[in-house]
Design a binder for this molecule. Sequence first.
Ligand code: ADP
Length: 401
Amino acid sequence: MLILVINCGSSSVKYQLVDPGKAVALVKGSVERIGMSGAVLTLQRSDGHTGKFGLEILDHTVAIEQILAHLVHSEHGVIKDKSEVDAVGHRVVHGGQQFTGSVMIDEEVLAKIRQCIELAPLHNPHNIRGINAAMRGLPGVPQVAVFDTAFHSSLPREAYLYPLPYVLYRRYEIRRYGFHGTSHRYVLNRAVELLGKRAEDLKVITAHLGNGCSMAAVDGGKSVDTSMGLTPLEGLVMGTRCGDIDPSIILHIMGREELNLSEANTLLNKHSGLQGLSGISSDMRDLIEESKKGDERAALAINVYCYRLRKYIGSYAAAMGGVDAVVFTAGVGENSALVRARACDKLGFLGIELDSEANEAAVGVEADISTAGSKVKVFTIPTNEELVIARDTEQIVNEAG
Ligand code: ADP
Protein backbone atom coordinates (compact mmCIF):
# COMPACT_ATOMS: atom_id res chain seq x y z
CA MET A 1 0.00 0.00 0.00
CA LEU A 2 1.20 3.56 -0.68
CA ILE A 3 0.23 6.20 1.84
CA LEU A 4 0.64 9.93 1.36
CA VAL A 5 1.38 11.40 4.79
CA ILE A 6 0.48 15.07 5.16
CA ASN A 7 1.43 17.44 7.97
CA CYS A 8 -0.01 20.93 7.44
CA GLY A 9 1.19 24.04 9.24
CA SER A 10 0.08 27.63 8.80
CA SER A 11 2.33 28.31 5.80
CA SER A 12 3.86 24.91 5.16
CA VAL A 13 2.98 21.35 4.20
CA LYS A 14 5.35 18.49 4.96
CA TYR A 15 4.72 15.32 3.01
CA GLN A 16 6.02 11.78 2.54
CA LEU A 17 4.91 8.97 0.27
CA VAL A 18 5.36 5.92 2.49
CA ASP A 19 5.19 2.19 1.88
CA PRO A 20 4.36 1.10 5.44
CA GLY A 21 4.97 -2.58 4.67
CA LYS A 22 8.59 -1.88 3.76
CA ALA A 23 8.88 1.00 6.29
CA VAL A 24 10.33 3.28 3.61
CA ALA A 25 9.49 6.74 2.34
CA LEU A 26 9.76 6.73 -1.46
CA VAL A 27 9.96 10.50 -1.34
CA LYS A 28 9.72 13.16 1.33
CA GLY A 29 9.66 16.92 1.19
CA SER A 30 7.86 20.10 2.01
CA VAL A 31 6.16 23.15 0.62
CA GLU A 32 7.17 26.30 2.49
CA ARG A 33 5.99 29.92 2.36
CA ILE A 34 2.45 29.13 1.21
CA GLY A 35 0.62 32.36 0.33
CA MET A 36 3.87 34.36 0.39
CA SER A 37 6.32 35.36 -2.25
CA GLY A 38 9.10 32.87 -2.86
CA ALA A 39 7.16 29.67 -2.07
CA VAL A 40 9.34 26.59 -2.45
CA LEU A 41 8.64 22.89 -2.95
CA THR A 42 11.44 20.50 -2.02
CA LEU A 43 11.72 16.77 -2.53
CA GLN A 44 14.14 14.06 -1.57
CA ARG A 45 13.70 10.62 -3.09
CA SER A 46 14.87 7.42 -1.40
CA ASP A 47 17.36 6.94 -4.26
CA GLY A 48 19.06 10.22 -3.30
CA HIS A 49 17.58 12.37 -6.06
CA THR A 50 16.62 15.80 -4.74
CA GLY A 51 14.77 18.79 -6.14
CA LYS A 52 13.90 22.35 -5.13
CA PHE A 53 11.35 24.38 -7.07
CA GLY A 54 10.27 27.99 -6.69
CA LEU A 55 6.53 28.13 -7.36
CA GLU A 56 3.55 30.38 -6.92
CA ILE A 57 1.55 28.67 -4.18
CA LEU A 58 -1.40 30.69 -2.99
CA ASP A 59 -3.00 28.26 -0.59
CA HIS A 60 -2.96 24.71 0.79
CA THR A 61 -5.07 23.39 -2.11
CA VAL A 62 -2.45 24.52 -4.62
CA ALA A 63 0.30 23.16 -2.35
CA ILE A 64 -1.26 19.69 -2.36
CA GLU A 65 -1.89 19.90 -6.14
CA GLN A 66 1.80 20.67 -6.61
CA ILE A 67 2.88 17.84 -4.30
CA LEU A 68 0.72 15.42 -6.33
CA ALA A 69 2.08 16.83 -9.61
CA HIS A 70 5.64 16.22 -8.39
CA LEU A 71 4.82 12.69 -7.21
CA VAL A 72 3.95 11.77 -10.82
CA HIS A 73 6.51 14.06 -12.51
CA SER A 74 8.38 12.32 -15.37
CA GLU A 75 11.81 13.36 -14.03
CA HIS A 76 11.33 13.91 -10.29
CA GLY A 77 8.38 11.64 -9.55
CA VAL A 78 8.15 8.20 -7.93
CA ILE A 79 4.82 6.95 -9.28
CA LYS A 80 3.18 7.03 -12.73
CA ASP A 81 -0.30 8.06 -11.75
CA LYS A 82 -1.86 9.55 -8.65
CA SER A 83 -4.30 6.64 -8.56
CA GLU A 84 -1.36 4.69 -7.08
CA VAL A 85 -1.85 6.60 -3.82
CA ASP A 86 -4.03 4.22 -1.82
CA ALA A 87 -4.80 6.52 1.10
CA VAL A 88 -3.83 9.77 2.80
CA GLY A 89 -2.81 9.97 6.46
CA HIS A 90 -3.11 13.38 8.11
CA ARG A 91 -1.37 14.56 11.22
CA VAL A 92 -4.00 16.36 13.28
CA VAL A 93 -2.67 18.14 16.35
CA HIS A 94 -5.66 18.19 18.69
CA GLY A 95 -8.26 15.47 18.99
CA GLY A 96 -9.71 16.77 22.26
CA GLN A 97 -11.61 14.24 24.35
CA GLN A 98 -13.38 13.01 21.24
CA PHE A 99 -10.59 10.98 19.66
CA THR A 100 -8.69 8.25 21.47
CA GLY A 101 -7.19 6.75 18.31
CA SER A 102 -6.81 7.28 14.58
CA VAL A 103 -10.00 7.42 12.48
CA MET A 104 -11.24 7.39 8.90
CA ILE A 105 -12.29 10.92 8.01
CA ASP A 106 -15.91 11.55 7.07
CA GLU A 107 -18.19 14.57 7.49
CA GLU A 108 -18.93 13.71 11.12
CA VAL A 109 -15.23 13.35 11.97
CA LEU A 110 -14.43 16.60 10.19
CA ALA A 111 -17.10 18.36 12.24
CA LYS A 112 -15.58 17.01 15.45
CA ILE A 113 -12.08 18.09 14.40
CA ARG A 114 -13.57 21.53 13.77
CA GLN A 115 -14.95 21.53 17.31
CA CYS A 116 -11.39 21.00 18.58
CA ILE A 117 -10.28 24.29 16.95
CA GLU A 118 -11.24 25.99 20.20
CA LEU A 119 -8.56 23.93 21.98
CA ALA A 120 -5.88 24.36 19.28
CA PRO A 121 -6.58 27.55 17.34
CA LEU A 122 -2.99 27.69 16.08
CA HIS A 123 -2.95 24.16 14.65
CA ASN A 124 -6.26 22.48 13.84
CA PRO A 125 -7.43 25.03 11.22
CA HIS A 126 -4.37 24.26 9.09
CA ASN A 127 -4.84 20.51 9.52
CA ILE A 128 -8.43 20.91 8.31
CA ARG A 129 -7.22 22.92 5.33
CA GLY A 130 -4.88 20.05 4.46
CA ILE A 131 -7.68 17.49 4.72
CA ASN A 132 -9.97 19.53 2.45
CA ALA A 133 -7.17 20.09 -0.05
CA ALA A 134 -6.26 16.38 -0.13
CA MET A 135 -9.92 15.42 -0.58
CA ARG A 136 -10.07 17.77 -3.56
CA GLY A 137 -6.78 16.54 -5.06
CA LEU A 138 -7.50 12.85 -4.52
CA PRO A 139 -11.28 12.44 -4.66
CA GLY A 140 -12.56 9.10 -3.44
CA VAL A 141 -9.24 8.18 -1.80
CA PRO A 142 -9.61 7.26 1.91
CA GLN A 143 -8.34 9.91 4.32
CA VAL A 144 -7.32 9.07 7.88
CA ALA A 145 -6.68 11.43 10.82
CA VAL A 146 -3.91 10.58 13.28
CA PHE A 147 -3.96 12.76 16.39
CA ASP A 148 -1.02 14.04 18.42
CA THR A 149 -3.16 13.80 21.52
CA ALA A 150 -4.57 10.27 21.08
CA PHE A 151 -1.71 8.30 22.67
CA HIS A 152 -2.21 10.28 25.88
CA SER A 153 -5.96 9.61 26.07
CA SER A 154 -5.09 6.84 28.56
CA LEU A 155 -3.97 9.37 31.21
CA PRO A 156 -5.75 8.78 34.52
CA ARG A 157 -7.86 11.58 35.97
CA GLU A 158 -5.33 12.51 38.62
CA ALA A 159 -2.81 13.16 35.84
CA TYR A 160 -5.07 15.05 33.45
CA LEU A 161 -7.10 17.23 35.82
CA TYR A 162 -5.79 20.66 36.82
CA PRO A 163 -6.57 21.88 40.32
CA LEU A 164 -8.90 24.59 39.04
CA PRO A 165 -12.65 24.90 39.68
CA TYR A 166 -14.02 21.60 38.35
CA VAL A 167 -16.75 23.47 36.51
CA LEU A 168 -14.10 24.79 34.08
CA TYR A 169 -13.24 21.24 33.11
CA ARG A 170 -16.92 20.44 32.62
CA ARG A 171 -17.66 23.64 30.73
CA TYR A 172 -14.57 24.05 28.54
CA GLU A 173 -12.81 20.66 28.73
CA ILE A 174 -9.80 22.34 30.34
CA ARG A 175 -7.47 19.41 31.12
CA ARG A 176 -4.12 17.94 30.18
CA TYR A 177 -4.19 16.40 26.69
CA GLY A 178 -0.50 16.05 25.82
CA PHE A 179 1.09 16.10 22.36
CA HIS A 180 3.83 14.40 20.27
CA GLY A 181 1.77 11.22 20.82
CA THR A 182 2.81 9.54 17.56
CA SER A 183 6.47 10.10 18.40
CA HIS A 184 6.18 8.82 21.98
CA ARG A 185 4.27 5.78 20.67
CA TYR A 186 6.89 5.03 17.99
CA VAL A 187 9.94 5.19 20.28
CA LEU A 188 8.10 3.33 23.04
CA ASN A 189 7.39 0.44 20.67
CA ARG A 190 10.99 0.38 19.45
CA ALA A 191 12.26 0.39 23.06
CA VAL A 192 9.97 -2.52 23.90
CA GLU A 193 11.38 -4.44 20.91
CA LEU A 194 14.96 -3.62 21.93
CA LEU A 195 14.29 -4.79 25.50
CA GLY A 196 12.75 -8.01 24.19
CA LYS A 197 9.96 -7.88 26.76
CA ARG A 198 6.20 -7.31 26.75
CA ALA A 199 5.05 -3.68 26.89
CA GLU A 200 2.66 -4.71 29.68
CA ASP A 201 5.66 -5.47 31.91
CA LEU A 202 7.60 -2.24 31.35
CA LYS A 203 7.76 1.28 32.74
CA VAL A 204 9.34 3.59 30.17
CA ILE A 205 10.05 7.33 30.15
CA THR A 206 10.20 8.83 26.65
CA ALA A 207 11.69 12.28 26.00
CA HIS A 208 10.92 13.97 22.67
CA LEU A 209 13.38 16.88 22.48
CA GLY A 210 12.94 18.87 19.28
CA ASN A 211 12.02 22.53 18.95
CA GLY A 212 9.01 21.54 21.00
CA CYS A 213 9.84 19.20 23.88
CA SER A 214 7.73 16.78 25.84
CA MET A 215 8.18 13.79 28.10
CA ALA A 216 5.84 10.86 28.70
CA ALA A 217 5.57 8.27 31.44
CA VAL A 218 4.44 5.02 29.82
CA ASP A 219 3.38 2.24 32.16
CA GLY A 220 2.38 -1.11 30.70
CA GLY A 221 2.33 0.37 27.18
CA LYS A 222 -0.07 3.16 28.18
CA SER A 223 0.76 6.84 28.58
CA VAL A 224 0.01 7.66 32.23
CA ASP A 225 1.47 11.16 32.31
CA THR A 226 2.97 13.68 29.94
CA SER A 227 4.50 17.12 30.29
CA MET A 228 2.52 19.13 27.71
CA GLY A 229 -0.95 20.13 28.82
CA LEU A 230 -4.05 21.76 27.39
CA THR A 231 -1.66 23.23 24.81
CA PRO A 232 1.93 22.42 23.82
CA LEU A 233 3.22 25.23 26.09
CA GLU A 234 3.49 23.35 29.40
CA GLY A 235 6.34 21.25 30.73
CA LEU A 236 9.96 21.15 29.61
CA VAL A 237 12.02 24.14 28.49
CA MET A 238 11.68 24.35 24.67
CA GLY A 239 13.25 26.27 21.81
CA THR A 240 11.03 29.33 22.19
CA ARG A 241 8.34 28.14 24.65
CA CYS A 242 8.70 28.56 28.40
CA GLY A 243 7.23 25.29 29.66
CA ASP A 244 6.27 25.29 33.38
CA ILE A 245 6.14 28.67 35.06
CA ASP A 246 4.20 30.13 37.97
CA PRO A 247 0.90 31.12 36.30
CA SER A 248 0.89 34.39 38.25
CA ILE A 249 3.97 35.52 36.33
CA ILE A 250 1.78 35.98 33.26
CA LEU A 251 -0.65 38.26 35.09
CA HIS A 252 2.23 40.11 36.69
CA ILE A 253 4.06 40.76 33.40
CA MET A 254 0.87 41.65 31.54
CA GLY A 255 0.33 44.35 34.15
CA ARG A 256 3.89 45.64 34.32
CA GLU A 257 4.52 45.65 30.56
CA GLU A 258 0.94 46.50 29.58
CA LEU A 259 0.66 43.49 27.31
CA ASN A 260 -2.59 42.36 25.75
CA LEU A 261 -3.56 38.68 25.44
CA SER A 262 -2.00 38.22 22.05
CA GLU A 263 1.29 39.85 23.11
CA ALA A 264 1.45 37.72 26.24
CA ASN A 265 0.82 34.64 24.11
CA THR A 266 3.68 35.60 21.78
CA LEU A 267 6.00 36.23 24.73
CA LEU A 268 5.40 32.76 26.20
CA ASN A 269 5.37 30.86 22.90
CA LYS A 270 7.91 32.66 20.75
CA HIS A 271 10.31 34.63 22.94
CA SER A 272 10.85 32.31 25.90
CA GLY A 273 12.58 28.96 26.42
CA LEU A 274 16.16 28.62 25.17
CA GLN A 275 15.72 31.72 23.01
CA GLY A 276 14.50 33.87 25.87
CA LEU A 277 17.05 32.70 28.43
CA SER A 278 20.08 32.85 26.14
CA GLY A 279 19.10 35.90 24.11
CA ILE A 280 21.05 34.21 21.31
CA SER A 281 19.15 31.35 19.71
CA SER A 282 16.42 28.75 20.13
CA ASP A 283 18.70 26.19 18.51
CA MET A 284 20.54 23.86 20.87
CA ARG A 285 23.47 23.48 18.44
CA ASP A 286 24.09 27.24 18.47
CA LEU A 287 23.93 27.35 22.27
CA ILE A 288 26.37 24.47 22.72
CA GLU A 289 28.69 26.20 20.28
CA GLU A 290 28.45 29.58 22.03
CA SER A 291 28.78 28.12 25.52
CA LYS A 292 31.99 26.39 24.41
CA LYS A 293 33.26 29.82 23.42
CA GLY A 294 32.47 31.05 26.91
CA ASP A 295 29.04 32.66 26.52
CA GLU A 296 27.50 32.52 30.01
CA ARG A 297 23.88 33.03 29.01
CA ALA A 298 24.11 30.18 26.50
CA ALA A 299 25.54 27.94 29.23
CA LEU A 300 22.81 29.07 31.64
CA ALA A 301 20.04 28.25 29.13
CA ILE A 302 21.47 24.75 28.64
CA ASN A 303 21.67 24.27 32.41
CA VAL A 304 18.05 25.27 33.00
CA TYR A 305 16.96 23.01 30.10
CA CYS A 306 18.86 19.98 31.42
CA TYR A 307 17.95 20.54 35.06
CA ARG A 308 14.27 20.44 34.19
CA LEU A 309 14.75 17.29 32.12
CA ARG A 310 16.30 15.60 35.14
CA LYS A 311 13.48 16.74 37.42
CA TYR A 312 10.89 15.32 35.03
CA ILE A 313 12.69 11.98 34.74
CA GLY A 314 12.73 11.76 38.55
CA SER A 315 9.10 12.74 38.90
CA TYR A 316 7.93 10.26 36.26
CA ALA A 317 9.89 7.45 37.92
CA ALA A 318 8.09 8.42 41.13
CA ALA A 319 4.72 8.64 39.35
CA MET A 320 5.12 5.09 37.99
CA GLY A 321 6.82 3.67 41.09
CA GLY A 322 9.90 2.74 39.04
CA VAL A 323 11.42 2.90 35.59
CA ASP A 324 12.92 0.24 33.30
CA ALA A 325 14.06 2.41 30.39
CA VAL A 326 14.55 6.03 29.37
CA VAL A 327 14.41 6.96 25.67
CA PHE A 328 15.75 10.13 24.06
CA THR A 329 14.44 11.18 20.65
CA ALA A 330 14.03 14.10 18.16
CA GLY A 331 16.71 16.65 17.18
CA VAL A 332 18.29 17.24 20.59
CA GLY A 333 17.53 13.81 22.06
CA GLU A 334 18.95 11.90 19.08
CA ASN A 335 22.03 14.06 18.65
CA SER A 336 23.21 15.73 21.83
CA ALA A 337 25.38 13.58 24.11
CA LEU A 338 25.87 16.62 26.32
CA VAL A 339 22.16 17.11 27.00
CA ARG A 340 21.61 13.39 27.61
CA ALA A 341 24.54 13.23 30.03
CA ARG A 342 23.32 16.29 31.94
CA ALA A 343 19.74 15.00 32.02
CA CYS A 344 20.86 11.69 33.53
CA ASP A 345 23.46 13.19 35.85
CA LYS A 346 22.86 12.33 39.55
CA LEU A 347 20.23 9.72 38.63
CA GLY A 348 22.44 6.81 39.68
CA PHE A 349 20.20 6.41 42.73
CA LEU A 350 17.37 5.45 40.35
CA GLY A 351 19.60 2.87 38.65
CA ILE A 352 20.35 5.07 35.63
CA GLU A 353 23.98 4.83 34.55
CA LEU A 354 25.18 6.20 31.22
CA ASP A 355 28.09 4.67 29.32
CA SER A 356 29.87 7.89 28.37
CA GLU A 357 31.60 6.40 25.32
CA ALA A 358 28.39 4.90 23.96
CA ASN A 359 26.61 8.19 24.68
CA GLU A 360 29.22 10.24 22.79
CA ALA A 361 29.09 7.82 19.85
CA ALA A 362 25.28 7.91 19.54
CA VAL A 363 24.53 10.66 17.02
CA GLY A 364 21.30 10.26 15.07
CA VAL A 365 21.26 6.50 15.51
CA GLU A 366 19.47 3.87 17.53
CA ALA A 367 21.71 2.90 20.44
CA ASP A 368 21.81 1.61 23.99
CA ILE A 369 23.80 4.29 25.83
CA SER A 370 23.64 2.79 29.33
CA THR A 371 26.33 0.68 31.01
CA ALA A 372 26.00 -3.10 30.96
CA GLY A 373 25.25 -2.97 34.69
CA SER A 374 22.72 -0.11 34.54
CA LYS A 375 19.44 -1.24 36.09
CA VAL A 376 17.62 1.18 33.82
CA LYS A 377 18.37 0.97 30.08
CA VAL A 378 18.84 4.27 28.29
CA PHE A 379 18.30 4.45 24.53
CA THR A 380 18.57 6.95 21.72
CA ILE A 381 15.90 6.12 19.14
CA PRO A 382 15.36 8.28 16.04
CA THR A 383 11.66 9.01 15.86
CA ASN A 384 9.50 8.33 12.79
CA GLU A 385 6.10 9.94 13.17
CA GLU A 386 5.31 9.61 9.47
CA LEU A 387 5.71 5.83 9.62
CA VAL A 388 3.28 5.66 12.55
CA ILE A 389 0.77 7.77 10.56
CA ALA A 390 1.24 5.57 7.48
CA ARG A 391 0.83 2.33 9.48
CA ASP A 392 -2.29 3.58 11.25
CA THR A 393 -3.72 4.71 7.92
CA GLU A 394 -3.04 1.33 6.32
CA GLN A 395 -4.62 -0.50 9.24
CA ILE A 396 -7.76 1.64 9.26
CA VAL A 397 -8.18 1.35 5.48
CA ASN A 398 -7.76 -2.44 5.70
CA GLU A 399 -10.26 -2.68 8.55
CA ALA A 400 -12.77 -0.61 6.55
CA GLY A 401 -12.34 -3.37 3.95
P1 ADP B 1 11.24 19.94 15.20
O1 ADP B 1 10.58 19.94 16.54
O2 ADP B 1 11.12 21.24 14.48
O3 ADP B 1 10.94 18.73 14.35
P2 ADP B 1 13.88 18.73 15.52
O4 ADP B 1 13.39 17.44 16.07
O5 ADP B 1 14.53 18.74 14.19
O6 ADP B 1 12.79 19.87 15.57
O7 ADP B 1 14.92 19.34 16.60
C1 ADP B 1 15.50 20.58 16.43
C2 ADP B 1 16.48 20.80 17.57
O8 ADP B 1 17.47 19.76 17.53
C3 ADP B 1 17.23 22.13 17.46
O9 ADP B 1 17.31 22.74 18.74
C4 ADP B 1 18.61 21.66 17.03
O10 ADP B 1 19.61 22.53 17.48
C5 ADP B 1 18.73 20.35 17.75
N1 ADP B 1 19.83 19.55 17.21
C6 ADP B 1 19.96 18.99 15.99
N2 ADP B 1 21.18 18.41 15.86
C7 ADP B 1 21.83 18.61 17.03
C8 ADP B 1 23.12 18.27 17.55
N3 ADP B 1 23.98 17.59 16.81
N4 ADP B 1 23.44 18.66 18.81
C9 ADP B 1 22.57 19.36 19.56
N5 ADP B 1 21.34 19.71 19.14
C10 ADP B 1 20.97 19.34 17.90
